[in-house]
Write a protein that binds this ligand. Structure first.
Ligand code: FAD
Length: 414
């Protein structure tokens, strides 16, 4: 069936890239991109890194230049949250009561930061972190240093925000439920590496610990009381305790859900003509045969492209190896792979002390995930890791660890 018009809900990376891909693939029909936020679609990774640190400005954020939408006939409606979805009638409803018909629909509604129901979380100076406004506000608050900052959450965003807050000269204490920061993501050894990095830069940890209460005076935060009864003075508190996929439209419309919107490898949902991409999609991955929901930049980028091509009837599947990166203090880390396939601790090539190493995780002798930390780009470490994973060849840990064996010699002959 020829697609007559396409509606995209959500003006994040997945939604904007889908619009761009529709045009680069030659689709000339109407495309409407409905965005709840009032900014042109923007990238979030810089918000907790170089943008927060003042090393990048507004021009580093847009997914595509602001003029691209009009120039390419994409109707971008900013500040237009979709309030309802009727899959049988193939319409979406907007806040002003109007309805919009679609032939194909992409749900790219992303995720929302989780808040913790702790007393005092509504005080001034306490917040979550997701948007450009959050980053601008926090930058202003951190600038000048000398404040007590309590970060709640020991995942990637909490650690990045702690690094930025500390770099501004603030006193930072991080609370988390894990024994080791990032432990759930990369295990105790490498989580310990990031903890040492932060401690060397003055960040203090309380792990495992949770916030029992946030205290205040005259409506403004003054401290955090931990579950162990310790009182931490605080001028600012950021809750970085994860996100929840924004599935409310899909849920009300009866679309299949499980940890996000269930989708096949072409990002089709259970409803005809409706696709899902980015943080909100829990899509079947051909490599593992399992559903994966990823909260990372590359998944939104690749998912937006695949959904657009699939909406045009092309044979497109999201089969890329998941990838993400982080920058904290002087450490740049990149990671590719399938964490759910990991069965044991990593093999390290290089030196944690020197902060320059590769880590390989294996399953039945095959590499299923790998990380590079400050590793020379000339070695193309991420390309190698992805090739190890997709080749499915068995590799001996002692050989993976041996710096005398060039990485490219470990690849199977083409
Ligand atoms: C601070 C921060 C730092 C990050 N750093 C990294 C990193 O270093 N590396 C990495 O790989 N990933 C990183 N990520 C994750 C990455 O940014 C996300 O995976 C990516 O933004 C997901 O894109 P998305 O388009 O799926 O969703 P989103 O970016 O969440 O966009 C979804 C959009 O849909 C809108 N929306 C929701 N419901 C509706 C509705 N009903 N109607 C209209 N619009 C709606 C939302 O307002 C939002 O603008 C970071 C995320 C954050 C927040």
């Amino acid at each position: 069936m020829a697609v007559e018009n396409i509606v995209i809900v959500g003006g994040g990376l997945a939604g904007a890239i889908a619009a761009k891909t529709l045009r680069t693939e030659g689709f000339a029909g109407p495309v409407v991109l409905l965005a709840e936020e009032t900014h042109h679609p923007y990238l979030r990774p810089p918000l907790s890194k170089e943008y927060l640190l003042g090393q990048a400005q507004d021009d580093a954020l847009p997914v595509v230049p602001a003029g691209w939408y009009a120039e390419n006939g994409v109707e971008l409606r900013l500040g237009s949250p979709v309030t309802s979805l009727d899959p049988a009638a193939r319409t979406v409803g907007l806040g002003d009561g109007s309805r919009l018909e679609y032939a194909s629909l992409l749900l790219a509604t992303g995720s929302r930061p989780r808040a913790i129901p702790v007393p005092g979380s509504d005080l001034d100076g306490v917040g979550t972190f997701r948007t450009v406004e959050d980053s601008r506000r926090l930058r202003q608050q951190l600038d000048g240093g000398g404040q007590n900052v309590v970060m709640i959450g020991s995942g990637w965003i909490g650690m990045e925000l702690a690094a930025a807050a500390s770099a501004y000269g603030n006193t930072v204490t991080l609370l988390g439920l894990e024994e080791v920061p990032l432990g759930a993501a990369i295990g105790p050894e490498l989580g310990g590496f990031f903890r040492s990095l932060h401690e060397a830069n003055g960040v203090r940890f309380r792990l495992p610990a949770s916030a029992a209460e946030i205290t205040g005076r005259a409506g403004r935060v003054t401290g955090v009381v931990t579950d162990a009864g310790e009182v931490l003075p605080a001028d600012l508190v950021v809750m970085a305790v994860g996100v929840v996929p924004e599935v409310s439209l899909a849920a009300a419309a009866g679309i299949g859900l499980h940890n996000g919107i269930l989708a096949d490898a072409s990002l089709r949902t259970s409803a005809p003509g409706i696709f899902a991409a980015g943080d909100v999609a829990n899509a079947l991955h051909p490599f593992t045969g399992e559903h994966h929901r990823s909260e990372h930049w590359s998944n939104a980028l690749n998912g937006g492209k695949v959904a657009a091509r699939a909406m045009l009837g092309q044979d497109a599947v999201l089969d890329t190896v998941p990838y993400f990166y982080t920058d904290q203090f002087a450490v740049s880390m990149e990671y590719s792979g399938f964490p759910t396939l990991i069965t044991g601790p990593p093999t390290i090539r290089g030196s944690l002390e020197a902060r320059e190493f590769l880590a390989f995780w294996q399953r039945d002798g095959r590499v299923v995930a790998g990380m590079s930390v400050n590793w020379p780009r000339s070695d193309k470490p991420q390309k190698m890791i992805k090739s190890f994973i997709t080749s499915k060849s068995a590799l001996r840990p002692d050989v993976l660890a041996d710096p005398a064996v060039p990485l490219d010699q470990l690849l199977p002959a083409a």
